[in-house]
Design a protein. Sequence first.
Length: 363
Amino acid sequence: MLIQKGLDWNIPFSILDPDPDAPCSAMMGFTAGKLTDFDAVMKFGEGCDIITVEIENVSIRALTQLESQGKKVFPQPRVLDIIQDKRTQKKFFKDNGFPTADFILTANQEDVMRQSDFLPAVNKLGREGYDGRGVQILRSKADLSRAFDAPGLLEKLVDIDKEISVIVARNEQGEVKAFPPVEMVFHPEANLVDYLFSPAQISAQLHERAVSMASEVIVTLKMVGILAVEMFVTRSGGILVNELAPRPHNSGHQTIEGNVTSQYEQHLRAILNLPLGDTAINQPSAMVNLLGEEGHTGEARYLGLETILAVPGVYVHLYGKKLTKPYRKMGHVTIVDADMESLRKKANFVKSTLKVIAWESHS
Ligand code: ADP
């Protein structure tokens, strides 16, 4: 989606992806290689002028070296270094006075097991956990035996009213612009965004606080690019920062149709040091993640496409992934509608109608 936007501006791209069959593998300038492999990233980066990433799990050592050779690397490797590990992220929030759930850092399972007084809590892996992997709730002593046996943290279980996200951008000149907050609804089992609504249904005061907090975070980091700031609105009406993603994010997919500027265009504007675009909402929108159906593994087959395409305001984005498996993100659908109630109805209709199954399941 970033490349789709970049093509409008004649930007030539080179792509590094570990999967030789990645959806972008058929495009120009494709290299298959591991993003965490120092040599692969160095070799690839040497041929680029500006380097950006769409995943945090990348060789920071290689990106730092490329930066010291004069390449522009956005987000900057030192920012990725803070964000790559949830422990350093939490320390960053605490050290800079950003409200976040109380936490303790833990080295291993034994360490977590000593913290029964801190329960109920959420146990998170420091590194490499995403989309719900590496996050689990520990409610009672009996759950402690499930604790992760790797460096991580224990975070107080927050009484969440809503999960919201603000995508904020900053260019090299220091101009900062945030998109209006969106509201995320999580899938109860898969632990990833099931659907979202833009704008979030929160008070004007919370809206403003969320936007100013996200802006302060990107300014404090002096980051260039776009940053998704995920937050919790608590039942007592406060806002806590949960975590950061320094890249185009699932909570900004709907900006393609729903906002004047998309998150992808905004990211390009930021890293090219262009004026940032207008983030205003055109119309309220909903975004439904298209997840692989449970019990289906194999070559992807899409059911219900024609039915949902007959609904006005429905935009389908399929990611071109060959294989589906349970809960794999295969695409997303954005729905725009001036009326929030009709938007909700259409989002539910899309969710219950569009399915990704396998032609022949061998799960
Ligand atoms: P990921 O990196 O997988 O997105 P998160 O830290 O965002 O991990 O956690 C995933 C989900 O778990 C959150 O969106 C939220 O629903 C729940 N969660 C995380 N931390 C807490 C917490 N402290 N209290 C209650 N729920 C939490």
